[in-house]
Design a protein around this ligand. Structure first.
Ligand code: ADE
Ligand code: ZN
Length: 325
């Protein structure tokens, strides 16, 4: 069994990981105790039993509830540090980590508390051999005005994150809604990404590219329904940060055997494998590789391609990329 060993050992970048989605039930309970936050679940086991999702929204409701235990800078540090240790164990050399500040500022947690805690963990990750950067995500179920407020609060800390993204409930919240705030982020020299084509139609991928001018598409698996879009993604080398176990747990694909990762790769797309919300979906990045390869019959050539795509698709600077590739 050489393929599982190769998948586990190969150096890789993780480009689609929500740090709040790496919060394990045990840490949720530990932080709840530390902060005196009451949880609507009696035990770790009861919380874990609630992780039975039927679609994206059913997950998001529990994911935002789990984040309610995060109050102090140290809480954000501990959450990010736990993820970074798991990333090191999976031979992740570069991690571009999403965070959802609005989930916390809405509860009265200051923006600096969130960013300082996460950023300090990213700096300490150098000791682990993990090059870690932050990407601030706007919640698309909230208004563009709220996104502008969030950006304004974060801009004094502009040097502590490398880009912005767009996440949360996709259907009914097309990229166009955030055209102006992304234009402002672009002026600030921030990298731009957006979730599109997870549950939403190919039209949302088109508008993420044409209206928001994003450099990468998060998920993007619904692009396979649109041959012209597939050609564009291939021709322009636009990376897709695919999350197979997330897609399985949120029922984007009924079975992992039916996942279209191979179709995306065979069409020449810069597809990558990522964990999305590993504490909720049953696996960190190596579990995503191992289970998807086992279910879909991908081979060692695909493994090398995916590892290469992960570094190519990253926002590492040119000299760091040369070193990785
Ligand atoms: N926030 C955390 N995980 C997400 C996902 N898979 N889609 C949209 N928003 C998210
Ligand atoms: Zn995501």
């Amino acid at each position: 069994e050489r393929l599982p060993a190769l998948l586990a050992a190969m150096p890789k970048a993780e480009l689609h990981i929500h740090v709040e989605g790496s919060l394990e039930p045990e840490l949720i309970f530990q932080l709840a105790r530390r902060n005196g936050v009451r949880l609507p679940y009696a035990s770790v086991e009861e919380l874990r039993r609630a992780y039975a999702f039927s679609n994206l929204q059913s997950f998001l409701d529990i994911y935002y509830a789990g984040a309610s235990v995060l109050l102090r800078e140290q809480d954000f540090y501990d959450m990010a540090w736990a993820y970074l240790q798991r990333a090191q164990a999976d031979n992740v050399l570069r991690a571009e980590i999403f965070f959802d500040p609005q989930t916390h500022t809405a509860r009265g947690v200051p923006m600096e508390t969130v960013i300082h805690g996460l950023h300090r963990a990213c700096q300490d990750a150098k000791q682990l051999g993990v090059d870690a950067e932050l990407i601030l995500c706007f919640l698309r179920h909230l208004s563009e005005e709220e996104a502008f407020d969030t950006l304004e609060q974060a801009l004094p800390l502009r040097d502590r994150f490398i880009g912005v993204g767009l996440d949360s409930s996709e259907l009914g919240h097309p990229p166009e809604k955030f055209a102006r705030v992304f234009a402002k982020c672009r002026q600030q020299g921030l990298h731009l990404v957006a979730h599109a084509g997870e549950e939403g139609p190919p039209a949302y991928v088109w508008s993420a590219l044409d209206v928001l001018k994003v450099e990468r598409i998060d998920h993007g698996v619904q692009s396979a329904q649109d041959p012209a879009l597939m050609k564009r993604l291939a021709d322009e080398h636009i990376p897709l940060t695919v999350c197979p176990l997330s897609n399985l747990k949120l029922r984007v694909f009924p079975k992992l055997e039916q996942h279209n990762l191979r179709e995306l790769l065979d069409a020449g797309l810069v597809a990558t494998v990522n964990s999305d919300d590993p504490a909720y979906f049953g696996g960190y990045v190596n579990a995503n590789f191992l289970e998807t390869f086992a279910a879909t019959g991908l081979d060692a050539q695909h493994a090398y391609r995916l590892a290469r795509n992960s570094f190519e698709g990253s926002f590492a600077d040119a000299s760091a990329k040369k070193k990785y590739l």
